[in-house]
Design a protein around this ligand. Structure first.
Ligand code: NBP
Length: 474
């Protein structure tokens, strides 16, 4: 039997397309799936695209791989992944590599990497973005794991990844769980991007009374400027779609309850642990949660609201464009802060500019905008916040009047825009000279003797609030 260069186990949508991508690039690909019919189907339908080496069981799959072995797992994240890792690890030898390309939680990846390292195996938790089409035509790939495994896997992964200006959308992100962490934040930012787009659509439709297909034209126009991105492009397509059965706009026949698979929630949970305010991602996650409570929405439907009329539509479209761009800058700044914080916490030494580079193609948040983020980190790799980069600071300055008008209008006519509002609050919070956190500290010292620091001298202090109210060093 010919030995395969690399293997894929788990041949549902993603695994099958990844295997085909590898085969189309000239690699001999070992293929396996728990239910063998999927493997047979793949070879039957796409066998002509390259060299596939099918196996009915995992032992055969492992035996068909060249040493050191490279096996990619593409199964449903969770217990299934642990089961497959255990079975593979039992069949492998020191130096072999197990790649998990599913959407695993980075903490699971850290645990799995440490356990397999003990056994001399490389475990490479890898973020893969781009959905079904990306997996086949070139995804953005975010591998973690050891430097040694990157040497053996990097060239193959870069080969099958998306390319922008000839640059592969794949770098070695960092050790252990770094790849899955970065993929998680990517997905969190994706939530935020979509929420901001949805708010733009909703506000313009409610305020101006325009049709979805008219708004498709607005998004198409926006896609020619600063907002040029995959998500804006497909927003125009979705808004233009008409339901064949009813003749109504497609967006009006879709149940308005957004689902989530959990990566947005993970991003927010991790941000809470790291102490990083990712308000854009949190609001997007909560907005989906709010939409998913029909019983509460029905009960609240008759609550009082303001009059929708009286909106001056002349400037609103451009104002919303500016608000969308400014809020997007904030969302990305927050996501990049979260990656920087995790990098410090886990010792990953993440190259933030490189993360922007590998998201430029293949993935869902691909956008021209990412070139500007990369340039910002090229200019200053230790930038404390993306908002401080001169290009972004200038864009925010240019947008802020529009942004404020949009939030004011939304509040006045009762259209919820949690993404725009929270992004503006973050912007205003970060730029403040003095924050009311000083009062919070005073209250904490009053009721809990939590102490405070002074602006004019070193040390911690406490006021004897229930006694003479004199300050004493703590
Ligand atoms: P699914 O997430 O739907 O998983 C189905 C695959 O998992 C099938 O091959 C199934 O085998 C296998 N599997 C399960 Br379920 N439990 C198993 C077990 N205990 N042992 C062995 N195999 C098991 O597939 P997908 O949509 O192709 O996604 C694969 C991974 O890629 C997931 O982690 C997903 O989160 C991630 N991902 C998906 C996308 C996307 O756009 N869909 C994008 C990026 C990442 P069977 O055929 O025998 O049931």
């Amino acid at each position: 039997m010919d030995l395969a260069d690399i293997g894929v186990t788990g041949l549902a949508t993603m695994g099958r397309n990844l295997a085909r991508n590898l085969a189309r690039h000239g690699y001999a690909v070992a293929v396996h799936n728990r239910t063998h019919s999927r493997t047979q189907q793949l070879v039957k339908e796409f066998g002509g695209e390259g060299t596939f080496v099918p196996s009915e069981d995992l032992a055969g799959f492992v035996a068909s791989l060249k040493r050191p072995r490279r096996a990619i797992i593409m199964v449903k994240a969770g217990a299934g992944t642990d089961a497959v890792i255990d079975q593979l690890a039992a069949l492998m030898e020191p130096g072999d590599m197990i790649v998990d390309g599913g959407n695993a939680h980075y903490a699971d990846t850290r645990r799995r990497e440490a356990a397999l390292r003990e056994r001399g195996l490389h475990f490479v938790g890898t973020g893969i973005s781009g959905g079904e089409e990306g997996a086949l035509l070139g995804p953005s790939i975010m591998p973690g794991g050891s430097a040694e495994s990157w040497e053996a896997l990097g060239p193959i992964l870069q080969d099958i990844s998306a390319k922008v200006d000839g640059v592969p959308c794949c770098v070695h992100v960092g050790p252990d769980g770094a790849g899955h962490f970065v993929k998680m934040v990517h997905n969190g930012i994706e939530y935020s991007d979509m929420q901001l787009i949805a708010e733009s659509y909703d506000l313009l439709r409610q305020a101006l009374g325009v049709t979805p297909s008219e708004l498709a034209g607005v998004f198409r126009e926006w896609n020619k400027g600063d907002l040029d991105s995959y998500l804006i492009e497909i927003t125009a397509e979705v808004l233009e779609q008409v339901d064949a059965e009813t003749g109504r706009p497609f967006v009006d026949i879709v149940v308005d309850q957004a689902e989530q698979k959990g990566t947005g929630r993970w991003t927010v949970q991790s941000a809470l642990d790291l102490g990083v305010p990712v308000t854009g991602i949190a609001e997007a996650t909560f907005a989906r949660a709010l939409s998913g409570h029909p019983e509460q929405r029905a009960a609240a439907a008759s609550l009082a609201g303001p009059d929708l009329s009286g909106v001056d539509g002349r400037e609103l479209v451009e104002d919303v464009r500016q608000a969308l761009y400014a809020s997007k800058i904030v969302a990305y700044a927050q996501g990049f802060d979260q990656m920087a914080a995790a990098s410090r916490e886990y010792g990953w030494d993440l190259d933030l500019g490189a993360m922007a580079t590998i998201w430029r193609g293949g993935c869902i948040i691909r956008a021209k905008f990412l070139d500007r983020i990369r340039a910002a980190y090229d200019a200053d790799p230790h930038l404390p916040t993306l908002l401080a980069d001169p290009t972004f600071a200038g864009a925010l300055a240019a947008a802020q009047e529009s942004w404020r008008r949009v939030v004011t209008t939304a509040v006045r006519i009762g259209v919820p825009t949690p993404g725009f509002s929270s992004a503006l609050a973050y912007y205003d919070g970060l730029r403040r000279d003095r924050l009311p956190a000083s009062l919070v500290q005073g209250l904490r010292d009053y009721f809990g003797a939590h102490t405070y620091r002074r602006v004019d001298k070193e040390g911690a202090f406490h006021v004897d609030w229930s006694g003479d109210r004199a300050e004493r060093p703590a």
